[in-house]
Design a protein around this ligand. Structure first.
Ligand SMILES: Nc1ncnc2c1ncn2[C@@H]1O[C@H](COP(=O)(O)OP(=O)(O)OP(=O)(O)O)[C@@H](O)[C@H]1O
Length: 365
């Protein structure tokens, strides 16, 4: 077996999202061959890649089919999280992707989705931060069981900065950790925008694969200012399948996607999609309507990232400082892991297409 044969075989393994093979995409590294044993590393675009198992099997099959049917194939995975924020030289240059989680309507579970999305990304091995910018109802301190704690100051290159708190393996910052919760509620738009900008400039986020921002509910001026200030990779829209929530989410997509802002839509998450009672596991109730989030995504031709069921434990976990991703309900955990997987695929695809567009503009220049 030679390195050339191995590369030729792996040239048949497709990265389905990016539509090219893993050799062309330069994802195969460090090939070691010893007799009938071959070991190599595949560099993914994210550690939370949901296609890992599929790519693993495709690599093993390709070697068995095209090189040596009895070869011992050892595939390692690492990740080099892609990044394609427009201003990567300015704010937060060491944060590869910024995901703003928004909702049109309040109370649809935006904070719950943001928190569990951040934890699900970290479960996959990514370094993750969660910025609670929901100034009027900061829920991160309660959801993460850190209410009343105060972040420490740190000095970075001679500048005093706020160090995020670490909980469940992710970096956290919330307005609720800095000011009295009752105080922020009376702030007006410009103060909120300034405070959120400070979350970006005065908090030492360090190096992160993903920074998830839990945005204030609604689609108002605060959001406009914020998305013009903070260089986000894109937005995740949370809605329930209910008509009133969908109508507000629709406004949100229209606003974020409008030409002036042109913020990419990573996708739509449908929360509280259905309820399955523990004592009647064969019954599914669509309390807020059925499939509304999926239809909304189709209407705007944006990715649908998945459905989160209505589960009592999700609410209880949030209230008790143990988010569902850290709890023991496998169904809830899987729902959030699937959503995170779909989100990172959507981001990786967007980054790859922007890379291609940039390369094309260099060639055409
Ligand atoms: N899938 C779910 N199953 C059960 N309860 C949920 C689910 N999602 C959210 N909740 C609960 O619904 C309530 C509202 O959720 P959350 O605070 O995340 O919403 P929000 O959209 O961020 O609200 P706000 O607009 O006030 O910021 C919380 O009590 C939360 O625990």
């Amino acid at each position: 077996m030679t390195e050339q044969q191995v590369l030729k075989a792996l040239g048949n393994v497709q990265e389905p999202d990016l539509g090219k093979d893993i050799v062309t995409l330069d994802m195969v590294k460090d090939i070691h061959i010893e007799g009938r044993k071959v070991r190599f590393t595949v560099v993914l675009t994210t550690p939370a890649c949901p296609l890992k198992d599929m790519i693993h099997n495709a690599c093993v099959n390709a070697i068995h089919l095209l090189v040596d049917k009895e070869a011992e194939v050892d595939v390692h995975f690492t990740a080099n999280v892609s990044s394609n924020r427009l201003d990567s030289k300015q704010l937060l240059p060491k944060v590869r992707n910024i995901i703003a989680v928004v909702s049109g309507k309040g109370g649809v579970g935006k904070s719950t989705v943001a928190a569990n999305l951040a934890l699900a990304l970290a479960k996959g091995g990514a370094s993750v931060g969660l910025m609670d910018a929901d100034i009027y109802g900061p829920s991160v301190p309660i959801m993460f069981g850190v209410r009343g704690e105060r972040p420490l100051m740190t000095t970075v290159n001679g500048k005093n900065m706020i160090a995020p708190l670490e909980q469940y393996g992710i970096q956290l910052m919330s307005i609720g950790l800095l000011v009295d919760e009752k105080q922020a509620v009376v702030w007006r738009g410009p103060m909120v925008s300034t405070a959120i900008r400070q979350f970006v400039t005065d908090v030492y986020w360090g190096e992160l694969d993903y920074l998830v921002i839990d945005m204030p509910p609604g689609t108002g001026d605060i959001h406009l200012t914020l998305l013009q200030t903070v260089p986000v990779t894109g937005v995740v829209i949370v809605t329930t399948p209910q008509k009133v929530a969908l109508a507000d989410a629709r406004k949100g997509i229209a606003m974020f996607g409008q030409a002036q802002l042109n913020v990419p839509i990573i996708g739509v998450v449908e929360n509280m999609s259905y309820f399955v009672p523990a004592e009647l596991p064969d019954h599914t109730y669509y309390i807020f309507g059925k499939e509304g989030g999926r239809r909304l995504a189709e209407e705007f031709d944006v990715p649908f990232l998945g459905q989160i069921p209505l589960v009592q434990g999700i609410r209880e976990g949030g209230d008790q400082g143990v988010p569902a991703m850290m709890g023991d309900d496998a169904v809830s955990r899987k729902a959030f892991l699937d959503v995170a997987g779909a989100a990172v695929r959507s981001i990786a695809m967007r980054n790859a297409h922007l890379d291609a567009a940039k390369a094309a503009s260099v060639v055409n220049a």
